[in-house]
Design a protein around this ligand. Structure first.
Ligand SMILES: *Cc1c(COP(=O)(O)O)cnc(C)c1O
Length: 380
């Protein structure tokens, strides 16, 4: 690219990332802090970590390393591909695969020493056979029981029947677990009901460790903790419970770079579909990040509806018009000295993951797991 005389004087950033259109910064110290916080909150229970979906979009390898440094020894993922990636980082930690045992895949678990969470009677029989045929009856597994969510796991009578048949003696039963449907609403009666249902199943296995809590469950108190807690979202700074202040440290900062600043005269439009008409002469910054980066198109503005602010040098700049694949546009008329090349905060100090989620009509989990993979990533 040609350098025009005087061009560099308008460059706001001369750092190593000057060529990056958007920068995702992941604060591993904040992650470590959040782990310590949740471990403390888990009381006597061991605090594991859920690193499924690329550690909620933040990088499975990097997050796992940071958690290992904090002494985390047990990890939960959704599928075997994720377990394989985790094994690239550690051979020692326990790795549970929550999605279960798909038919014919038992050997692949044993190959990488991953522990399946057996969700059905079919899963259990298949694992028991595999364990006896190939692992001297000692292949490790968890079972998931359904305490009322009706999503994944066995009902109590199915578990009791398997127990009668002696099936659990044919492999190494390491953990009995279940999942809460409404832990983010502490007052929801289902929490207590699920606790009672889980306790009654768990009591069939008095010597086996048990696990019930996701992030929000940890805050429901000691009765819910059992032996291992399984936080995900709270590790990554997300809000675990509704309607209370979020005690977690924000882990993610997302910045987009201003590609152009221009004055759009009153009466003219900005962006696709001419969705928004300027009601004054407007200074418009075009920022290099769009729906291909996980910035939901739903967050765009129209003449009738303005949902979202980005922050330019700490000041709010309302979005204008639609979100494009690679670009968004914001009103910077009231902000001084806005420069092309400058970085704009999309997530960070002023906009938390949950703020953006609220504006997009979704939850922090979806914002994080939708983060695109073409950001320049910085781990600090
Ligand atoms: C995703 C998941 C978790 C973690 O939940 P968070 O709400 O993110 O803390 C725990 N247990 C199971 C079974 C899960 O699917």
């Amino acid at each position: 690219m040609q350098n025009l005389p005087g061009d560099h004087e308008t460059e706001a950033n001369c750092d190593d990332f000057a060529d990056a259109s958007a920068i995702l910064t992941i604060d591993l110290q904040a992650l470590a802090h959040n782990y310590r916080f949740l471990k403390e909150k888990s009381g006597k229970a061991e605090c594991a970590a859920v690193v499924k979906a690329d550690a909620y979009g933040l990088g499975l390898e990097e997050c796992t390393r940071a958690l290992l440094d904090e002494g985390c020894k047990t990890f939960f993922v959704a599928n075997l591909d994720e377990a394989r990636r985790l094994r690239g980082v550690t051979l020692d930690a326990d790795v549970y695969v929550m999605g279960g045992l798909y038919p014919g895949t038992a050997k692949q678990f044993t190959q990488i020493n991953a522990i399946p969470v057996l969700n059905t009677v079919g899963d259990v029989s298949e694992w028991a056979t595999h364990s006896q045929d190939h692992c001297s009856g000692d292949a490790p597994a968890a079972i998931q029981v359904d305490s009322g969510m009706n999503r994944l796991g066995m009902k109590k009578d199915a578990v009791a029947e398997l127990l009668d048949e002696g099936v659990f003696g044919r492999f190494q039963l390491k953990l009995v677990m279940s999942h809460l449907a409404c832990a983010d609403e502490p007052e929801h009666p289902l929490n207590r009901q699920q606790l009672d249902a889980f306790s009654s199943i768990r009591n069939l296995f008095p010597d086996t460790p048990a696990s019930l809590c996701n992030s929000a469950g940890i805050f429901l108190g000691g009765d819910f903790h059992f032996d291992i807690t399984r936080p995900g979202i709270a590790l990554y700074g997300g809000r675990a419970r509704n309607n209370v202040a979020n005690p977690m440290k924000q882990v993610v900062t997302l910045e987009g770079r201003i590609a152009q600043v221009q004055i759009v005269p009153e009466g003219e439009i900005v962006g696709y579909g001419a969705a928004q008409t300027m009601t004054r002469d407007t200074s418009v910054a075009t920022i290099s990040l769009g729906y291909a980066d996980g910035f939901f198109r739903y967050l765009g503005s129209t003449d009738d509806l303005q949902k979202t602010n980005v922050f330019v040098a700490g000041s709010p700049a309302p979005l204008i018009g639609r979100v494009s694949m690679d670009l968004i546009t914001a009103d910077v008329t009231d902000i001084k000295d806005v420069q092309r090349g400058q970085l704009v905060e999309v997530l960070g100090e002023h906009v938390t993951v949950d703020d953006l989620a609220d504006q997009a009509g979704t939850i922090g989990y979806e914002i994080l797991t939708s983060l695109g993979n073409r950001y320049r990533r910085i781990y600090k």
